[in-house]
Design a protein around this ligand. Structure first.
Ligand SMILES: Nc1ncnc2c1ncn2[C@@H]1O[C@H](COP(=O)(O)OP(=O)(O)OP(=O)(O)O)[C@@H](O)[C@H]1O
Length: 238
């Protein structure tokens, strides 16, 4: 079963009189349970692609299907619900709510979805164990290190049990040791919890935690390969 199917995807941005064709006729698919790393030079369109896949922006043309459902068929409200329940996001700068403690930050998607957070107590406990913050659930983000804050953001992305999690430079703000720990956590989430992960990364090391690579240059896919083959390619940028 395909988690993502992209067909003839184009994205253009218009600023003033200028039109920039950022993503050019992309066609590819991602199987459920894959861990894809989107790589490529700065400005090649990686984040733009990630945001389109996650329904945060709309294509200029072409289709994106998540679990067989065309994103363009979702009205605004249904799209928000999809983003709260089927999709998780983890960004470079964590995006936590500063005046909420760890557990309330994690439960936020549940509360926003109008559900009773009490029903998620068991799940919350389990996730706090997985991310290694069981003893820090009452602390606020300011009382946590960068790596710990990113773990909270990961837990928040997991709480609603989404099928797909999008990661935008998830270790870009962390030192290499903490980054490695976070990448190992993503691998666990991919392998043990069988989630489909799509990450944008500049780091070759981070990319190697995945199962495949999509490489963009000037908005076009120049490579889509399984990780073992991609890792041997000497043109891989660091
Ligand atoms: N909302 C927007 N309006 C106009 N241009 C945009 C917008 N968003 C992105 N762009 C342009 O699209 C191009 C690709 O941006 P994008 O952020 O997708 O690149 P990237 O590959 O993720 O880069 P980086 O590795 O530096 O983060 C850039 O030239 C950027 O200026």
């Amino acid at each position: 079963m395909k988690a993502i199917e992209v067909n003839g995807l184009n994205k253009k941005f218009i600023t003033g009189k200028e039109e920039a064709h950022i993503l050019k006729n992309l066609t590819f698919s991602v199987e459920q349970g894959e861990f894809v790393s989107i790589m490529g030079p700065s400005g090649s369109g990686k984040s733009t692609l990630l945001y389109l896949l996650g329904g945060l922006d709309k294509p200029s043309s072409g289709t994106i299907k998540l679990d067989g459902k065309d994103l363009s068929s979702f009205k605004k409200k249904a799209m928000s619900k999809l983003r709260r329940t089927k999709i998780g996001f983890v960004f470079q700068f964590y995006n936590l709510v500063q005046n909420l403690n760890v557990e309330d930050n994690i439960l936020l998607p549940i509360i926003l979805d109008g559900k009773n957070p009490k029903q998620y107590e068991k799940k919350l406990k389990e996730i706090l164990e997985v991310i290694g913050l069981a003893d820090k659930r009452k602390l606020t983000p300011r009382e946590l290190s960068g790596g710990q804050q990113q773990r909270v953001a990961i837990a928040r992305a997991l709480i609603a049990e989404p099928d797909i999690i999008f990661l935008d430079e998830p270790i870009g703000n962390l030192d290499s040791k903490t980054g490695k720990e976070i990448m190992e956590l993503f691998r666990t989430i991919n392998v043990t919890y069988k989630k489909t992960l799509i990450q944008v990364t500049h780091s070759n090391n981070a990319a190697l935690y995945g199962t495949s690579i999509i490489r963009l240059v000037d908005g076009e896919i120049v490579e889509h390969s399984e990780i073992a083959l991609a890792a041997m390619d000497s043109s891989c940028p660091a």
